[in-house]
Design a protein around this ligand. Structure first.
Ligand code: URA
Length: 211
């Protein structure tokens, strides 16, 4: 999706104070019915400017395949479009003793990049929005429900958006969207026992998408 130059400049300016790098706009079918919202790019994504091309991306592809979808059927974006990092110590030669590690985006970073996601939702008006993980789910709905209780279940809800593109106060869209929360694909690496729950949620989602 092409973003207006002015919006890109604004997003760059808003994210500048934070430890993030790169900019991944999103990819896929912006004329389709399904938008997938992740958390933030990781290292590989930030370098190549493409969403979900690392380990979590392979898992996402498996899940899309299970749903009978490809990346050409969906538009993939996320709450924050730059890679949030933190410095950690390393003993690896030639690094100066430190390296950047991925971390979750914080609320300030989510707010900084809210104009991009707001714009993408408004342009695409997706019939379905799949929220990958609680960061995306909270950003979209403003709700702090427990993922274990909500995965795979669609909710009809207004979407959180900025009151004014250059400001910091949120409001909600007038129209309702259908948001379906799923576990973030990387969750299976940290917690392999949820694999069964993931596929139960995907089965539920499949049923809804076919309606
Ligand atoms: N996690 C995300 O949320 N987005 C990516 O692009 C990669 C990992």
């Amino acid at each position: 999706m092409k973003l207006p130059k002015e919006l890109l400049r604004l997003a760059e300016e808003r994210i500048a104070p934070y430890d993030t790098e790169g900019l991944v706009i999103g990819a896929g079918n912006e004329n389709g019915e399904i938008m997938i919202v992740g958390e933030a790019p990781g290292e590989k994504e930030a370098v190549e400017g493409k969403p979900f091309i690392g380990r979590a991306g392979k898992e996402l592809d498996k899940q899309l395949d299970y749903l009978g979808l490809t990346r050409n059927d969906v538009y993939i974006t996320s709450a924050v479009r730059s890679r949030p990092y933190k410095w950690v110590k390393t003993t690896k030669k030639g690094t100066g003793g430190k390296r950047k590690a991925n971390r979750k985006p914080n609320q300030k970073e989510i707010l900084a990049h809210a104009p991009i996601l707001d714009y993408q939702i408004e342009q695409m008006k997706p019939r379905w929005i799949i929220a990958l993980g609680s960061v995306a789910y909270e950003r979209l709905t403003g709700r702090k429900d427990k993922m274990t209780e909500i995965v795979g279940k669609p909710i009809e809800t207004p979407i959180k958006k900025l009151k004014d593109q250059t400001g910091s106060a949120y409001t909600y869209t007038d129209e309702k969207f259908t948001v379906i929360p799923l576990y973030h694909p990387a969750a299976v690496f940290y917690n392999p026992v949820i694999k069964e729950d993931i596929y139960t949620a995907l089965d539920q989602l499949k049923g809804h998408l076919m309606k």
